[in-house]
Design a protein around this ligand. Sequence first.
Ligand SMILES: C[S@@+](CC[C@H](N)C(=O)[O-])C[C@H]1O[C@@H](n2cnc3c(N)ncnc32)[C@H](O)[C@@H]1O
Length: 271
Amino acid sequence: MRNVKAHYSQDPGREWRRLNHDAFQKLEFRTTMRYLDAYLPKRGLVLDAGGGPGRYTIELARKGYDVVLLDLVRENLRFAERMIQRKRVGDRVKAIRQGDITDLDGIADGTFDAVACLGGPLSHVMKETKRRDAIAELRRVAKHGAPIFVSVMSKLSSVLNVGLMPGPQPEITRRYFGEFLRTGDYFGQSEFTSFHGFMRQELVDLLTEQGLDVLKVVALEGCGGYSIPGLNRLERRLPRQWKEWQRIHFETCELPQFVDLSDHMLAVCRK
Ligand SMILES: C[S@@+](CC[C@H](N)C(=O)[O-])C[C@H]1O[C@@H](n2cnc3c(N)ncnc32)[C@H](O)[C@@H]1O
C-alpha cells in the first residue's frame, strides 16, 4: 500500500493530465466548472485546497480570480508553479503553499471569497473525525456567505465500475472489497492509494453538521463512468450526439440516484 503523499508525489504530470485525458474525465472538469461559474462571485480571492498540479487554479486565474493554491504534496506544487508560469497567470496566483486541509493553521478566519476542494482531497482523509476537521477548516477560512465547493469519490461507482473493467477482476471477490462496500474505506490493497468513498447522504450530513448550507449535490460524470468507451466514441466520432448526451447529462446530474452512482460527486455549499 502506498500512502497518499507517496502516491501523489510520484507523477504530478499524470494528475495534471487527468482532467483532460478523455471524454469521461473532461466531463468531471466541465461539470465542475459549470457549477463554479454559476455560484462563484464575480471576482475575489479563491482557495484551491488540495489543488494538486493546479488545473482549477489556472482556470480560475484565467477567469480573473485571485487564487491561493494549497496541496499536501510538494512535487505537485512545483509542477503547478511551472504550469502557472507557462500559462502566464502568475500575477493572479497570490500564493502556492504546502498544507493539509485538516489543519489550515496560518490562514486567518474569513480570508476567502470562495473555497474549492475538488477532485477528491477530502476522500483521501481516512478518519471520520479528520474529515470533520477538514470541513470545519474549509468553512473557517471562508468569508460569511461565501460558496464552498467540495467534490469527493463515490462508494458505489468504485465497487460497480471495477467489476465492469475488461479482463478478470478478482478484486471483487476479495474480502476487503466486501468491507469497502460496507464502510467506504479502501486502504490501497490492490491499486491506487487509500480513499473513502462517499454516499450522497453521508456527504450532505457531514457538511450540514459543520454548519454549511448544502445548495446542490451534483453527479459529476452521471452514468458516464459505466461506458467510458461509449463516451469516447461519441466525442471522437459523433460530435452532435456527444453534445446532446452532455445536454442530457447536465439536465439530470442533480438527480440523487445519479449522484450515488457517479464516480465523483460535488456539493455546492454556502457558509
Ligand atoms: C485527485 S487529486 C485532485 C487534484 C485537483 N484538485 C484536481 O481536481 O485536479 C487529489 C489531491 O489531493 C491532495 N491531497 C490529499 N490529501 C490532502 C490533504 N489532507 N490536504 C491537502 N491536499 C491533499 C493530493 O496531494 C492531490 O493533489
